[in-house]
Design a protein around this ligand. Structure first.
Ligand code: CP3
Length: 353
């Protein structure tokens, strides 16, 4: 850990802090001119695989926004390649997995002993940690087994997750796939923590397509196993999903230190469904960054108010920043959150009670 005493890490541990830490999912990306300029020369995968470039993108974004944590620039799907599933990004289509998993045999042939080949991500983390020292915590990340499996099986994004669910319901290989993902991802994350990551975010972006029953039976056991393995590295774990309101109490059972909330649930309701235990991260609708400042500020203030000054709130969006987002709004929002002391809302709450 490079910055264990930081506001962000303390908030992840649900310890009291003077003001709410803030960072943004997808804070480095196409909405920034510096990133678009670099993308004229290099593909996304090339940037990910060159530690100097990935570290540069991470640092530039965190410094331009003045946020309280830097998330390493990488992609969720990188582990697929070392498991034997090559992929590429096609313009307008997003990720394309060249030979999606469709059978028990396909799952049987996935490799699990090449996590070390992802070392370029931890090299980038080490460079970012060296640059910031203790002044800025660095977040490493990985995909959750369900969301990674959904890409591996569907071959890309999906509306219905038909093939994924069919595999989940009918094949004894589902658990084998989950186990293989837990092995590779936990080794990958251990490298990230050894390189200096202060926290790890587990993205379960598409878990909201599941019923509570399916989540409970097919996803929770191996996701909990993953979270426990990741925690054994000594850093807090943030577990994020979208469309996950009904799943929140179950996601909490993974034991993650912080649960990421999307914008569909009022922050206090989401936190209440976790019994106010542990920390929460979120949860402004990313599209509010396109609204005028008055509305953006009012809605952000409302989120701080719903957090009520309780220890353990990290301000973020309910999902990633979109490519056309005006950078100046992200910067103004960061400053607004940082200029607002936590206490104010505690006092207001007490006065109104
Ligand atoms: O947050 C950050 O600043 C760190 C960088 C980051 C990227 N991908 C870089 C990236 C992170 C955290 C991710 C995670 C990721 N990747 C997720 C989970 C997060 C989420 O939004 O739920 C998922 C599902 C992926 C897979 C993926 N990568 C998709 C669906 C896409 C979109 C394709 C498109 O064309 O929009 C990507 C591409 C991607 N990953 C971009 C960036 C900056 C944009 C594409 C580019 O630069 O060409």
């Amino acid at each position: 850990m490079a910055a264990p005493g930081s506001r962000f890490v303390k908030a992840c541990r649900a310890e009291a802090v003077d003001r709410t830490p803030v960072w943004f999912m997808r804070q480095a990306g196409r909405y920034m001119a510096e990133y678009r300029a670099l993308r004229k020369q290099y593909s996304l995968i090339e940037i990910c695989k060159k530690p100097g470039l990935a570290a540069g993108v991470t640092i530039t974004a965190a410094e331009a926004l003045g946020v309280d944590a830097a998330i390493i620039f990488a992609d969720l799907l990188l582990p697929l390649e070392v498991m034997g599933l090559p992929f590429h990004f096609s313009v307008g289509e997003g990720p394309v997995i060249e030979k999606p998993l469709r059978s028990k045999r396909d799952i049987g042939s996935l490799q699990t002993n090449r996590a070390a080949d992802l070392g370029y991500v931890s090299e980038a983390i080490a460079l970012v940690c060296k640059h910031f020292g203790t002044s800025m915590p660095v977040i490493g990340f990985c995909g959750a087994p369900f969301t990674l499996a959904s890409y591996m099986i569907e071959g890309g994004g999906s509306r219905s997750y038909l093939n994924t669910k069919k595999m989940m319901y009918s094949s004894s290989a589902w658990d084998e796939l989950m186990q293989k993902l837990v092995k590779v991802v936990s080794e990958y994350v251990a490298q990230q923590v050894r390189a200096g990551a202060d926290a790890i975010q587990v993205f379960d972006s598409w878990v909201g397509c599941l019923s509570v029953e399916d989540y409970r039976d097919y996803v929770l056991p191996r996701t909990s196993e993953l979270v426990h393995k990741l925690q054994s590295n000594g850093v807090p774990i943030i577990y994020f999903g979208t469309d996950s309101t009904a799943l929140l109490p179950w996601m909490k059972k993974t034991g993650a230190d912080v649960i990421g909330l999307d914008w569909r649930v009022p922050l206090d309701e989401g936190w209440r469904s976790l019994d106010f235990k542990g920390a929460v991260q979120g949860n402004l609708d990313p599209i509010l960054l396109f609204a005028d400042w008055k509305l953006l500020k009012a809605r952000s203030a409302e989120i701080l108010k719903l957090a009520g000054g309780r220890p353990g709130h990290i301000f973020n969006l309910g999902h990633g920043i979109l490519p056309e987002t005006p950078v100046e709004n992200v910067r103004a929002l960061t400053k607004f959150i940082q200029d607002t002391p936590v206490q104010r809302f505690c006092q207001q709450l007490e006065e109104s009670n």
